[in-house]
Design a protein around this ligand. Structure first.
Ligand SMILES: Cc1cc2nc3c(=O)[nH]c(=O)nc-3n(C[C@H](O)[C@H](O)[C@H](O)COP(=O)(O)OP(=O)(O)OC[C@H]3O[C@@H](n4cnc5c(N)ncnc54)[C@H](O)[C@@H]3O)c2cc1C
Length: 408
């Protein structure tokens, strides 16, 4: 069986659904293939998003139930339990229910005219004369079909199988961390609008542990680490970490999900003839926090604009589609570079140096310099703004010293 559409989107995660929504709004005849029976399920993500980031994407109003909580503060802990707290002047981030968020985006895309084919796994790309001209799809694990198209927008997530088939270099596996995301109930000693962040190489080398409380005493708890068995690290974290173990001493874990996160910054080339990679497939994830939703959606919108233009001109060659990468770079390139440097720096710190850094932040009241921050996605640009504050400047000098004396 065959079908045809102007554009095919692979994957109905947030990035695929948002790409399809934007394509449909621009009048493109688009089909989305999703391997699961429903968009958004299973979910592996904490759904911690910036309110400003959502606003910039036109998503400030979400249906009831999607936003679970808003946060106005964060507490950072060292392995010794030293705490640095930042209290912001208003809520800056929120927790979304990722399954409902993804469903909302898919629903909007469908209403705008995108076709969804669920239970449909894209097995491979169809290539002709060096161009991607379609996809081979395994439907309901039984029937196979081929779908012809002019452009494939690959939003398959971190597996990057199609990226490789398109002849592009995939994300760097050395830069992966392995994440655990859990739903727990019965959390103690937390403030319901403050996020807890645990910087500790023993449990979360390469990223951190987190606890995102809800007012009803439930929370999303997780960690991601470069090395070690994530399940074992998580069990140890909730039972032994000096701070988290107290907050979670009576907690019951209701659900756990495991998934990798790519922290190496975007792959070097995200386009080929008739093909674009977007979101986790292109490693468009913040190297500092592992957050990929706001940047992935930002790139999805750019991808949709470029694809619509390519279809209007009947020109889906890599020569034209490179415009996508150019526009992503000009929107996010500086911030990605800054965050990659910051990630390298943080990775180089021992637990002791992290503890010193947290003590320094407390002593020099860096919380005062940070309290009006609203922009937390574009961290390079935010850094430039806050550097004008003397305490932050002194802080940077200190961190530079730490960097120069850090372990390799
Ligand atoms: C533990 C953890 C916590 C995280 N927390 C946050 C957070 O708090 N905030 C944040 O911004 N980011 C977070 N992230 C990152 C975030 O989850 C990803 O960046 C985001 O999900 C990327 O969206 P995506 O659509 O590119 O990929 P995905 O969400 O992975 O979606 C890909 C979709 O494609 C489908 N698919 C894959 N292959 C095929 C195929 N061949 N055919 C058809 N369908 C296919 C999959 O079923 C899936 O539905 C977290 C990640 C992890 C692992």
């Amino acid at each position: 069986m065959n079908s045809a559409s102007e554009a095919v989107v692979v994957g109905s995660g947030p990035v695929g659904a948002f790409a399809a929504w934007n394509l449909a709004k621009l009048g493109v005849n688009v089909t989305v293939f999703e391997e699961h029976a429903e968009a958004g399920i299973p979910s592996h993500c904490a759904g911690h998003l910036s309110i400003l980031g959502l606003k910039k994407l036109g998503l400030e109003v979400l249906p009831k139930g999607v936003v679970e909580n808003n946060y106005s503060g964060a507490n950072f802990y060292s392995a010794k339990g030293t705490k640095f707290s930042v209290r912001l002047s208003k809520p800056v981030t929120c927790a979304v229910n990722r399954a409902l968020f993804d469903k909302f985006l898919a629903d909007r895309a469908e209403k705008a005219g995108a076709r969804f084919s669920l239970n449909s796994r894209v097995k491979s790309l169809v290539l002709k004369n060096g161009f991607v001209v379609g996809v081979n799809v395994d439907r309901h694990s039984a029937m196979e079909m081929q779908s012809e198209t002019k452009v494939v927008v690959d939003c398959e997530g971190i597996s990057s199988r199609l990226v490789r088939q398109a002849g592009l270099a995939i994300l760097d596996h050395h830069e992966l961390v392995h994440g655990v995301e859990a739903e727990v109930e019965g959390v103690d000693n937390v403030v319901s609008d403050e996020v807890e962040v645990y910087l500790d190489n023993e449990y979360a080398r390469g990223l951190y542990g987190w606890l995102m409380p809800r007012p009803d005493g439930t929370a999303k708890v997780g960690l991601a680490a470069k090395r070690g068995n994530p399940r074992e690290l998580f069990q140890k974290f909730i039972s032994k970490h000096p701070v988290a173990s107290k907050q979670l001493s009576k907690a019951k874990v209701r659900r756990m999900a495991f998934h990798p996160i790519s922290l190496g910054g975007p792959i070097c080339r995200t386009y080929a003839n008739g093909f674009l990679a977007v979101g986790d497939a292109a490693s468009q994830v913040k190297p500092t926090t592992g957050g990929g939703v706001v940047f992935g959606l930002t790139c999805a919108r750019i991808a949709a604009e470029v694809v619509a233009e390519a279809l209007r001109r009947n020109e889906a060659s890599s020569n034209f589609l490179q415009l996508y990468q150019e526009r992503c770079n000009s929107s996010l390139g500086f911030d990605f570079k800054t965050m990659l440097r910051a990630r390298k720096f943080i990775n180089s710190l021992s637990n002791e140096k992290i503890n010193n850094a947290i003590q320094f932040c407390c002593k020099f009241r860096l919380d005062n310099a940070l309290k009006d921050i609203e922009e937390i996605d574009f961290q390079g640009q935010t850094l430039i703004k806050i550097l004008t504050k003397p305490a932050v400047f002194a802080g940077l000098a200190y961190f530079l010293l730490l960097y120069l004396t850090a372990n390799p």
